[in-house]
Design a protein around this ligand. Structure first.
Ligand code: ATP
Ligand code: MG
Length: 154
């Protein structure tokens, strides 16, 4: 999906001008993502705060904020994958509502809920980039924080 050579548009919002190659970009993004993972590991989240637009954006922001100015912001252009840009918030809301319903009513196993969530959110494609990695981290958060965390241990 990424072209071998960067177009001007691809570099828009890049916060570290020294990044010149795909490998350097991957490296900086990976460092930032590790910070975000540390943040998720160090906290307990309440279920109702996880299944919100604000949390979905916050995770993306924490994964990419050192690298991209638009980290945590919904995309403003259409892509060949994903819903129309004006539908992003609506489709995400619908996914978050469905996920809440699946959990409240034990519709699927925890693993299946996480996998369905991951597939749906990546197909919405909320952000300009980083959606695959974001969806994988969100799935991990759902498994670890919603099913093994303190949510069901009362
Ligand atoms: N044609 C497609 N149909 C379904 N999903 C797709 C398609 N093309 C890309 N994807 C999904 O989009 C993701 C890539 O989107 P994006 O570049 O925003 O994420 P990324 O985190 O930068 O990349 P990656 O997932 O490769 O690490 C892929 O992981 C894949 O799940
Ligand atoms: Mg990408």
């Amino acid at each position: 999906m990424d072209k071998p050579h960067w177009t001007k548009r691809k570099k828009e919002g890049l916060l570290i001008p020294a990044i010149a190659t795909r490998e350097e970009l991957d490296e900086f993004e990976q460092q930032n993502i590790e910070e975000a993972i540390q943040w998720t590991l160090s906290r307990n989240f309440k279920r109702n705060s996880l299944l919100t637009e604000a949390f979905v954006k916050d995770v993306h922001k924490r994964m990419y904020r050192n690298v991209w100015a638009w980290a945590g912001d919904f995309r403003k252009t259409n892509k060949n994958i994903g819903v129309d840009r004006w539908q992003v918030a609506v489709e995400l809301k619908s996914l978050l509502d469905d996920a809440r319903f699946w959990i409240d009513n034990d519709v699927f196993s925890p693993d299946e809920i996480a996998v369905r969530f991951k597939h749906r959110i990546v197909s919405i494609h909320c952000f300009s980039n980083g959606n695959g990695r974001h969806s994988r981290l969100m799935a991990n958060i759902i498994i670890e924080k919603m099913f093994n965390g303190n949510v069901f241990s009362t």
